[in-house]
Each structure stands twice: as C-alpha cells, then as structure tokens.
Design a protein around this ligand. Structure first.
Ligand SMILES: Cc1cc2nc3c(=O)[nH]c(=O)nc-3n(C[C@H](O)[C@H](O)[C@H](O)COP(=O)(O)OP(=O)(O)OC[C@H]3O[C@@H](n4cnc5c(N)ncnc54)[C@H](O)[C@@H]3O)c2cc1C
Length: 335
C-alpha cells in the first residue's frame, strides 16, 4: 500500500506532525522485493520506519518512508534445550516478548515493554535490565533497498555493540529487515543482577519468567513516561563510557557519581545523572521538556516541533560538556 503526502504524527512516538512525500507499507516480503526491484537503478531517498520510537523528525521527509508490517511468530526448530523462534519485522516487540514468556521460553523477559517493532531491535541492539537482544539473535533476514535481493545475516555479521550494529554503520539505510530468528531456551540462564530485580522477585515468591516480566513492566511503568500519554522516545542519549582518568577527575568534584562497570571492565556513567546535576530535570522550554522523573528522557508536552526538541537536547548536551567535559552521544536518531 502506498500513501502520498502523509502525516507522520501517528508514526513517531514524539508525536511530531511532519509529512512524508510517500509512505510504502508492506505486509509481505515478496511485495517489498518487487517494489525495490522495480525501482532498481533509480535515485531514491528511503527511510525505514518501524514504530518510530527511536526517531526525532525535525522536518518534512522528502522521499519514501518504508514501513514494514510483516506479521507472524513461528517456531522454526530445536537445538537441544533451545528453540528457534522467528518473528516478522512488523510484529510489536512486546507482543513477541509476551508470547515467548507465556510459552516458557526464556531470553527476552528482561526486555519487556520496550516500544517499537521487531525489525528495529537488530538495528538498535535494544537492551534493558542487564540484557541485550544480541545475546539471543540467531539470524536477521533483510532485503537490499538498492536492488531487492535478499540477504541473511548471522549474528556475528551484525557487528552488535552497545545500542549499535552494522545496520547503523556501514550498512546504514541499505536494508529492510523483514524477519528475525531468535534462539530462546526452555532452560534459560536468568539475568537478575540488575537494579532491584532480585529483591522484587523474592517478594513475589517464585523466580519465573512471568514474574520477571511482571516486575520489569511495573518498574518501567513507574519510571518511564508512556508515549501514549506524553510524546517521547525513551533515553535520548547513550550512557557514556569513560576512562579511569576521566572518572577520577569527575569524582574529585562529584564524589557521589554513580558508576557501572561492565563485564569487560569498561566504566559507564548514567547520562541521566549527569543531566540532572546540570539542573535540567523537569525543566521545559515551551512544550519541549526534560522528564520530571528521568532526566535522560526528552518529552513533548503537547505541540513542540521536532526542531524545538532537538534545540533543547543540544542545550542539555552543551551543559553536560561544559560541566563534566563529556560529549553525550545521541541514542535517538534525528532526521
Ligand atoms: C518509553 C520508551 C522506552 C524505551 N526503552 C528502551 C529500552 O529500555 N531499551 C532500548 O534499547 N530502547 C528503548 N527505547 C527505544 C526504542 O523503543 C527502541 O530503539 C526500538 O527498538 C525502536 O523500534 P521502532 O520500531 O520504533 O524503530 P524506529 O524508531 O522506527 O527505527 C529505529 C531505527 O531502526 C531502523 N529500522 C526500524 N525498523 C527497521 C527494519 N525493519 N529494517 C531496517 N531498519 C529498521 C530505522 O530506520 C531507524 O534507524 C524506548 C523508547 C521509548 C519511547
């Protein structure tokens, strides 16, 4: 289905009312293949847009938005205690998590309630509560936007990193992901080390996948703004990794600086804490604001334009650079 001169307000969780010249929605992989083959060799400006929960539009989009709507969750096979599950790029991410938890398959439970669709999770390597989706991705199936050919990427070819993958770097804007295969387990190794997960679980009595999902959902609902109520795209910036030297320097003036060390010994600082120290928590300029509970989230209080939200984010970023000497990297993609 192809739409012309369409508003993207419903297609992005900031609720920005920009327009796209065209939007092409595909329920079937074959139709998308045919479309890209037809346009092979012509100059096209494409943008793949899933749920629009990690994107900030600052202007109308002159080109064609490609919107994957491929549905379907299926069992593809078994490898010992592991089960391979496939999901279409258009499936709502949390529907997939809900269904796997219900079926006793572990691996995705900590990633409950993250907005967006399945296709984007391999672009972004989504993560929460100590888990990243890369740990369970087996294969990514995609179509080349340039000529409609199909390619399957095994996990190592996706070059996953912290909120990063090959699809954000050398292959940026070159593929439409249509399906992802996940390797889940009937005997999962649970990740309960993050935050208060363990304490909350002990209150519920049993350590089941359903209980982990329940706690993650209620914690997220208490901490993060619901895009259905107030426009936002979750964390606007990534948590920065710093060297031990930089850490020591900051700690001289800010001894209470919280620090996380990852398994490889890297030092990560919560960007929300840095932003809060700069006095931005709960501040607003017109309808563009910094969330009152989580300073890492930029919010649209109503009618902010994408440009106003972007300008606010740059002010926040400059404050953090001036105060801590740290240049925050955006997690949200600005178009
Ligand atoms: C309230 C809230 C909480 C959030 N919490 C988290 C969190 O805990 N952890 C986390 O990691 N993220 C979080 N996010 C960010 C966001 O939900 C994820 O990045 C999500 O995976 C984006 O999915 P989407 O379908 O909305 O992608 P979009 O925003 O539509 O797209 C994101 C990027 O992926 C590309 N893309 C999308 N689909 C495809 C496809 N099928 N093929 C090729 N490229 C594609 C787009 O071109 C774009 O570059 C949160 C967002 C919100 C609003």
């Amino acid at each position: 289905m192809i739409y012309e001169k369409i508003s993207l307000k419903k297609f992005n969780t900031f609720g920005i009312n920009v327009r796209a010249d065209y939007l092409a929605a595909f329920k079937l992989e074959d139709n998308a293949v045919h479309f890209f083959k037809q346009h092979r060799g012509t100059e096209q400006n494409y943008l793949v847009l899933g749920g629009g929960s990690n994107i900030l539009f600052t202007d109308d989009f002159h080109g064609t938005i490609i919107h994957p709507e491929m549905e379907g969750i299926a069992m593809e096979g078994k490898k010992g205690a592991d089960i391979i599950i496939s999901a279409g790029a258009g499936v709502l991410w949390d529907k997939l998590v809900e269904s796997t938890v219900k079926n006793g398959l572990g691996g995705l439970e900590n990633l409950s309630l993250i907005p967006g669709r399945v296709g984007a999770v391999a672009v972004q390597n989504i993560g929460a509560y100590g888990v990243e989706v890369k740990d369970v991705i087996e294969k990514v199936r995609a179509i080349s936007l340039a000529d409609g050919t199909i390619r399957e990427f095994i996990a190592s070819e996706c070059k996953f990193g912290y909120r990063d993958s090959v699809f954000k770097n050398e292959l940026k804007g070159r593929y439409l992901i249509t399906k992802i295969l996940f390797r889940l387990s009937t005997r999962p190794k649970l990740c309960l080390e993050y935050g208060s997960l363990k304490d909350e679980l002990s209150k519920l009595g049993s350590t089941s996948l359903a209980n982990i999902r329940k706690i993650v959902i209620s914690t997220r609902q208490a901490k993060l703004p619901d895009p259905g109520q107030i426009g936002n795209a979750g964390s606007f910036f990534k948590n920065p990794f710093v060297s031990e030297d930089v850490l020591r320097n900051i700690q001289k003036n800010f001894p209470k600086l919280p620090v996380f060390r990852d398994r490889s010994g890297g030092v990560k600082i919560p960007a929300g804490w840095l932003i809060e120290q700069c006095g931005w928590k709960g501040k607003r300029i017109g309808d563009a604001g910094v969330h009152e509970k989580q300073a890492l989230v930029i919010v649209n209080h109503g009618n902010a334009t994408g440009r106003e939200l972007f300008d606010l984010s740059e002010k926040v970023r400059k404050s953090v650079a001036d105060t801590f000497g740290i240049d925050l990297e955006r997690e949200v993609e600005v178009i």
